[in-house]
Design a protein around this ligand. Structure first.
Ligand code: NI
Length: 135
């Protein structure tokens, strides 16, 4: 099995706030991330596809195709957007890195036809990242 990774970056704003809780509880949970006006991150996304290289091409997946899928399905929808209000696949969820990674997985998984989606890793800051593998 070979694992092929495409890296991409996007910038978005979000608010971490659970509407079922009081303001006090939200600030206790999320601290300044609960600020109503939101704040931004420069996200780094790593999408990994697993498979055997094709006999014909030697590729698990043509990285040019993976780049186009990631751009069309994810980057065009999230870059310079507010994740709480403008992104259909994140609507109604708290846009933590965990939930964003799961949302990205749900969009990409059915679009990957060569190999299979293996992981979605999302770096929210230099020091913090999450990884989702679909289970
Ligand atoms: Ni944040």
């Amino acid at each position: 099995m070979v694992y092929v990774t495409r890296r991409a970056t996007f910038s978005s704003s979000h608010i971490l706030y659970n509407p079922e809780l009081s303001d006090e509880e939200n600030f206790a949970l999320f601290d300044k991330c609960a600020n109503k006006m939101g704040h931004g991150h420069n996200y780094v996304l790593e999408v990994t596809v697993a498979g055997e290289p094709s006999q014909k091409t030697g590729y698990v997946i043509d990285l040019k195709k993976l780049k186009e899928i990631v751009k069309r399905e994810i980057l065009d929808k999230v870059d310079h957007k507010h994740l709480n209000y403008e992104v259909d696949f994140l609507s109604g969820i708290i846009p933590t890195a965990e939930n964003i990674a799961k949302g990205i997985w749900s969009v990409l998984e059915p679009k990957i036809k060569e190999g299979r989606l293996y992981s979605v890793r999302l770096h929210e800051t230099e020091n913090n990242s999450v990884e989702y593998r679909g289970e």
